[in-house]
Write a protein that binds this ligand. Structure first.
Ligand SMILES: *Cc1c(COP(=O)(O)O)cnc(C)c1O
Length: 380
């Protein structure tokens, strides 16, 4: 029986059950994770030097078809590092979708720049290119896009705007390992891109992240800043204010093992999405589907219902059935430290009506069918 078949029929060992019978996410280890981690321990290379750093970075580049990548200790600092490496700072405006995980916005604030929020598209949940255009000013320096929940943004439209207005493009690909637009993996379009390998992301290193750029100068700045701004030619000579954002060899070892199975993980996630779509057909809700010319990596299988009250009571119904779900992110402009007093009707509405369903690779078909039957029962 192939690994993919074993995953679908749920005869994998699932270590320590979480608080819900069916959680939203759990990491998936079926490869050489332990073997590689033990190599780190046996060799004593457990800190941020060691062979796995380079192997993981090279293997990641190969997977997304990028020239260069540098690993970091989480996906949030990856964004901060990327923004600094392309020169974002005080006085700059960075356009960002309001509907995103807060890290996309906090890191803009941390550079001293101002996030300028943009609404989403109803159909795709991604950044609205028309609204980007409306928000461009003489201070706009960059657009930070987020491929939310694993579906790519409208890259033709976004790239055309950045080109026309001479704006830098940053891609937050934290939720988008395996996501493609017209055949190209996301993260290879922008001036710089970032990934996250948190425990609930498509591939994980526990905590971890990656910065990718085709611009060697940007990569050199990122490597310099992530390692205390140390001179590459003079020992202990630190020539600028910088950080320790390095990944450990242990994390990279886990990451390398994860990458060796990434195609299986992605294939299983597609099957999971398909199983949900079929199981939920005909109900008053809309699943977050793949679009033409894209590969949706289905980090989170998600849906929107018709109104917020239904969303909340459906989530409660599933909770009673021991099925964990998540609400969509709160739009950033509604959070206390980011509040601008603006309104973004689409983002606000999606956020209030959306649910992320259990989406982990080891979720079996019978479990998905069970979840779908609970949802069907809710709608009577
Ligand atoms: C997970 C995530 C991040 C941050 O990654 P961490 O590794 O948790 O720091 C950034 N942006 C988005 C959109 C994310 O989903």
């Amino acid at each position: 029986m192939s690994l993919l078949e074993r995953m679908a029929s749920n005869i994998l060992h699932v270590p320590n059950k979480r608080s819900f019978m069916i959680p939203v996410y759990q990491p998936y280890f079926s490869g050489r994770e332990k073997y590689y981690v033990n190599q780190c321990l046996d060799s004593t290379w457990i800190s941020s030097k060691g062979e796995f750093i380079d192997r993981f970075e090279r293997s990641f580049c190969q997977f997304i078809d990028a020239d260069q990548a540098t690993s970091v200790c989480n996906g949030t600092v990856a964004i901060h590092l990327a923004l600094e490496a392309i020169g974002i700072g005080p006085g700059d405006e960075v356009i960002v979708p309001t509907l995103t995980y807060i890290a996309s916005v906090n890191t803009i604030l941390q550079t001293g720049a101002t996030p300028i929020f943009v609404d989403s598209i109803e159909n795709t949940w991604q950044i609205d290119p028309q609204d980007i255009k409306r928000k461009i000013t003489s201070r706009t320096k960059a657009v930070l896009i987020v491929h939310l929940y694993g579906l790519p943004c409208d890259m033709d439209a976004v790239m055309a705007i950045c080109e026309e207005h001479n704006l830098l493009l940053v891609e937050d690909c934290a939720e988008a390992v395996g996501t493609r637009y017209k055949g190209r993996h996301v993260g290879t379009f922008g001036d710089v891109a970032t990934f996250s390998f948190f425990g609930n992301k498509t591939i994980t290193t526990g905590e971890g992240g990656m910065v990718v750029s085709k611009d060697s100068a940007v990569m050199a700045r990122a490597r310099h800043l992530k390692s205390q701004g140390v001179s590459p030619i003079r020992e202990y000579w630190h020539d600028s204010l910088a950080y320790n954002y390095r990944m450990t060899n242990i994390c990279a070892a886990i990451g390398l093992a994860q990458l060796e199975n990434v195609e299986v993980i992605l294939a299983r996630k597609r099957q999971i999405a398909d199983c949900y779509r079929k199981g939920l057909v005909g109900l008053p809700l809309k699943t977050h589907d793949e679009l033409q010319d894209t590969v949706h990596s289905f980090w989170m299988c998600s849906l929107v219902v018709n109104d917020a009250k239904v969303r909340d009571s459906l989530r409660e119904w599933l909770k009673q059935a021991d099925v964990e779900t998540r609400p969509l992110f709160f739009p950033s402009h509604t959070l206390p430290h980011c509040s601008t007093g603006e309104h973004f009707p689409i983002a606000e509405s999606l956020s209030a009506r959306g649910i992320n369903l259990p989406s982990y690779p080891a979720l079996s078909n019978p479990e998905i069918e069970l979840i779908c039957s609970y949802i069907r029962a809710y709608f009577g």
